[in-house]
Design a protein around this ligand. Structure first.
Ligand code: HGY
Ligand code: MN
Ligand code: MN
Length: 396
């Protein structure tokens, strides 16, 4: 099968996978849900069709293995995640898994023998929608989950997915850019230099629930009004710090009703920067501002860090191999940092990591309007296959 046929097939597979959801009328697949099991079943079929030996590990990660004949071979891990955010697009995650399957299929059909085992992985929980902590599947595989990480996870057995630390020679991931640069430069793919760090927190404002019709405005402890003031503060603090982004993505009003003054509000806070010192400074500033708002409004503030993921540089050697493969295909090498988090962050704890970005329309992602072009998938599959062959020369 040539590159264009493989790309067309991949696009059809993204459509089929995009129809597997736990929510009617929109694409949502969260950790360990029945929809995720159905997705693993379908992708597992495609892995087998490419000649890979398929299994699901204890963390519900889907793994397709192409065993090398070389004794004592290490393993190259390629893939991305199969879970999604709510009301997601169909390429964030699946593109990376399906590109890896296509590249493996291309090399196997060419009769290539690799001096390393190849494993294609579909991680089970990169987005962290279910437990608000990201990289659950990849951290389980990397063996870096702490007892604290597992405290709120029902599926304790995921810790058994842990692999040997020295097993992998590297991890590479193909992912949509989720930004506008490739489109602006009119390039199909780019190589990733680093992945932003992220701080995920839970913030609660507790006031006094009351009757909307009888409590005078100057004697209210309105938790939602306090949260609203904080949310606008998050926006203005981040807007004032170049390179820092901050988002309140989820807001829950307890016992919400139109005629009740909100007494308890829970919100999520996501703060990122390519420099950890910058995002940590922004979190400290926002904590101080939240305290001041709570004090002035007579609210109780509960500030709970949920997860701190450090910024991760991609491995210069693997990145150089990707750059060479891009050049050999006659394409310009563009190097981009990633503002989005990826499973490569978790894998970087146990092996070198590298990433390839693929252009997506308008840079739109975490949105059903997410879209890519078949013509851009072809060079991604080709470069990934070339990457594997370049490493085969190095590890022969
Ligand atoms: O949040 C992120 O950056 C990724 O989509 N999980
Ligand atoms: Mn993703
Ligand atoms: Mn995502």
């Amino acid at each position: 099968m040539g590159l264009l046929d493989l790309s067309r097939e991949l696009m059809r597979r993204c459509d089929a996978l995009g129809a597997i959801s736990e929510e009617r009328g929109q694409l949502t697949r969260t950790f360990a849900s029945p929809a995720m099991r159905r997705a693993n079943k379908l992708v597992g079929f495609w892995m087998r069709e490419a000649g890979l030996v398929v299994r699901e590990d204890a963390a519900f990660n889907l793994l397709g293995r192409w065993k090398s004949k070389k004794r004592g071979a290490k393993t190259l891990l390629l893939g991305s995640h199969l879970d999604t955010v709510r009301n997601a697009g169909k390429y964030d995650g699946p593109l990376g898994v399906l590109t890896a399957i296509a590249a493996a299929k291309l090399l196997r059909e060419q009769g290539v023998e690799l001096p390393f085992h190849l494993e294609v992985v579909g991680f089970s929980d990169e987005e962290g929608v279910r437990y608000h902590t990201t990289y659950l599947g990849s951290r389980a595989l990397a063996g870096t989950l702490s007892a604290a990480d597992l405290a709120h996870v029902a599926e304790k057995q995921i810790i058994k997915a842990r692999r040997r630390r020295r097993e992998f020679l590297g991890y590479a991931e193909v992912h949509i850019e989720q930004g506008p640069v490739l489109e602006a430069k009119n390039l199909p793919i780019a190589v990733v230099t680093a992945i932003a760090g992220q701080s995920r927190l839970q913030v609660e404002f507790q006031g006094t629930p009351g009757h909307a019709g009888t409590v005078p405005m100057n004697s209210r402890q309105d938790a939602l009004a306090g949260a609203a003031e904080f949310i606008l503060t998050v926006e203005s603090v981040a807007a004032g710090r170049s390179g820092t982004v901050a988002t309140v993505g989820k807001l829950t009003v307890a016992h919400g009703a139109s005629n009740v003054i909100p007494g308890h509000v829970l919100l999520t806070l996501d703060v990122r920067d390519q420099k950890d010192s910058h995002s940590l400074a922004a979190v400290r500033t926002l904590h101080a501002k939240a305290k001041a708002i709570a004090k002035r409004r007579g609210l109780k503030l509960t500030w709970t860090p949920v997860q701190q993921a450090a910024a991760v540089p991609c491995d210069p050697n693997l990145t150089q191999v990707f750059s060479k493969c891009i050049t050999q295909r006659g394409l310009e090498v563009l190097k981009l940092p990633s503002g989005a988090g990826h499973d490569a962050v978790a894998l970087s704890e146990i092996c070198p990591v590298a990433m390839l970005f693929v252009r997506c329309q308008g840079g739109v992602s975490h949105n059903p309007a997410e879209s890519i072009k078949t013509a851009d998938v072809a060079p991604a599959i080709g470069v990934l296959a070339d990457f594997m062959q370049a490493l085969a020369v190095r590890y022969a």
